[in-house]
Design a protein around this ligand. Structure first.
Ligand code: TXE
Length: 500
């Protein structure tokens, strides 16, 4: 395996990654691999093991044994915290290496991946505190004859299925919290962005995580992901991805052992701009919200709801901002919008841009594909006159495409914000605190931003209302999600006999 890298240059050969099972890296049982091409440079960058059902069985058996013999859940929160803190240190030490392979596989700008990786170390540090503070309740007012204790216990073996848009960040919004709870893991990253998940498993081992507690299998969703969801020895699935696959995950759980499920699915997130907002600030925020990660972001601010009175002025400010965005080579430190991660996603975005025009929306900024020597890139696009029956208004496009619809008053803005099957995130831009609070109380979204967007950190939970998912990750809820509650009833006086 080659570990040599210079983050300003492309690798000379594809780096080979095995799977990580029972504390060691090894090939898939079949020996099969797939090659990942950089979506920005069209060259092979990684060689990833292609697992099948037998690899999943071994990984799950390893995680099952590691959970059942209590080698991790039986340790104190303090010991678990120590491993998480050491891992945070290793992530910081290897930050550039992780960011580099993440950028090569995903196409996202290197300046962005570095920021994300630093945020991941924060997640580990925060979760280490949760490992120590996780506790239940006691009930001392049940009368002199009874004392009650409510404990939190780890759920067990967690299957963790992650997507390609934030491979390391989404992983680290979950792994430290899962480990803080005492659970064990079998992770399945997206088949196109697996490298950094393997790197994390390696760092966890180095930090002292016992063998079998963190396992990684790689390969296709329909084989490896499905096998994990249907496995009788897996107690919980944490899935982040499309709503369509989310339905499959629910079905697989229902058809087998009723696994507990955590789901983070799609979004069609409104950015609501009122006439009294600082319009220049809002224009920058809306540009960032729609373009961050080339719009391949479940919390992307892809719908602009703007008060009619300031619509033209606001759109002029927004377009002036978008003119300046830098699209191109993600290894260039100045790049803001990198490549589209998969060719399927590229096609999806371009076909929605076509569909928007056919549906009668007005394409008022950008054109879509950006010509480059290699790779697939899409620049920012604005559609105006977007109406609620259009597909571009309803569907998650997952690209830097903004759909603009005007409103006339607060109630209409709230109704339009909620006019979607999703409920992941929303942003509001206004200087009027009463208006802001009214909107924040009534908009159905798991994350809500006021005069900012896409802000966050380990302390604040994330997850969705409606068809955007089940459960919450991060914050103190992030660790509780991976526990189950037991109530213990203790007689403190001799029971009155039922049969005298
Ligand atoms: O996601 P998939 P795709 C949305 C976004 C995008 C669309 C399709 O709109 O255009 O989904 O992306 C694994 N059983 N989001 O096709 O297929 C797969 O291997 C178990 C939103 O890439 O849902 C990968 O690890 N697992 C989202 C993960 O599921 C299966 C992020 C996600 O892939 C499986 C990504 C199966 N049958 C896409 N099939 C967000 N919420 O941020 C696939 N997988």
């Amino acid at each position: 395996m080659t570990n040599k890298f210079d983050i300003t240059r492309l690798p000379e050969t594809a780096r080979n990654f095995g799977v990580y099972i029972d504390g060691e890296m090894r090939p898939a049982l079949s020996g099969n691999t797939t090659t990942r091409q950089s979506p920005a440079h069209d060259i092979a960058v990684t060689e990833i093991a292609k697992c099948a059902q037998d690899d999943v069985d071994i990984a799950v058996a390893s995680a099952r044994l590691a959970f059942d013999d209590r080698r991790w859940s039986g340790q104190s929160g303090g010991v678990r915290a120590g491993v998480l803190l050491k891992t945070a240190g290793l992530i910081r030490e290897r930050l550039e290496e992780i960011a580099y392979w993440e950028t090569l596989e995903s196409g996202k700008p290197i300046s962005q991946t570095k920021g994300e990786v630093a945020g991941c170390a924060d997640m580990f540090e925060y979760a280490s505190g949760l490992a120590r503070s996780l506790h239940g309740d006691s009930h001392n007012n049940l009368g002199d004859g009874l004392f009650g204790i409510v404990t939190r216990e780890p759920v067990g073996v967690v299957g963790l299925i992650t997507p390609w848009n934030f491979p390391f960040l989404i992983l680290c919004e979950r792994v430290p919290y899962i480990l803080a709870s005492g659970c064990t893991i079998v992770a399945k990253p997206s088949e196109v962005t697996s490298a950094t998940t393997i790197l994390l498993a390696e760092m966890l081992s180095e930090a002292g995580l016992p063998k079998g507690v963190m396992n990684v299998v790689t390969g296709s969703g329909s084989t490896v992901g499905q096998a994990l969801c249907a496995h009788e020895s897996v107690d919980m699935i944490s899935f982040t991805g499309s709503t369509a696959v989310g339905r499959n995950v629910i079905r697989a759980s229902g058809d087998t052992n009723f696994k507990k499920l955590g789901l983070e699915l799609g979004g069609k997130n409104p950015q609501i701009v009122f006439a009294d907002a600082d319009l220049l600030d809002a224009a920058d925020g809306v540009a960032f919200g729609m373009c961050f990660n080339a719009g391949q972001c479940c919390v992307s601010g892809s719908r602009l709801l703007v008060e009619r009175a300031v619509m033209s002025e606001f759109l002029a400010l927004l377009k002036a901002k978008l003119e300046k965005t830098v699209v191109g080579d993600p290894l260039d430190a100045k790049t803001q919008i990198g490549a589209i991660t998969t060719s399927a996603q590229n096609q999806t975005i371009l076909s929605y841009i076509q569909k928007g025009q056919e549906e009668g929306a007005q394409l008022s900024f950008g054109c879509g594909a950006v010509k480059t020597d290699a790779g697939q890139f899409v620049g920012p696009v604005i559609f105006e006159n977007v109406t609620p029956e259009m597909e571009i208004y309803k569907d998650e496009i997952f690209g830097p495409v903004l759909c603009v619809t005007p409103f006339d008053d607060v109630d209409e803005a709230i109704a339009m914000a909620n006019d979607t099957k999703y409920g992941l995130a929303a942003s509001v831009w206004s200087k009027d605190i009463e208006k802001v609070l009214r909107v924040s109380r009534r908009v159905q979204a798991g994350r809500f931003w006021v005069n900012t967007t896409l802000a966050g950190g380990p302390e604040l939970p994330l997850g969705g209302f409606k068809q955007s998912g089940w459960g919450r990750e991060a914050g103190k809820y992030g660790v509780e999600e991976y526990t189950q509650i037991k109530s213990v009833h203790i007689a403190t006086e001799t029971r009155e006999h039922w049969i005298p």
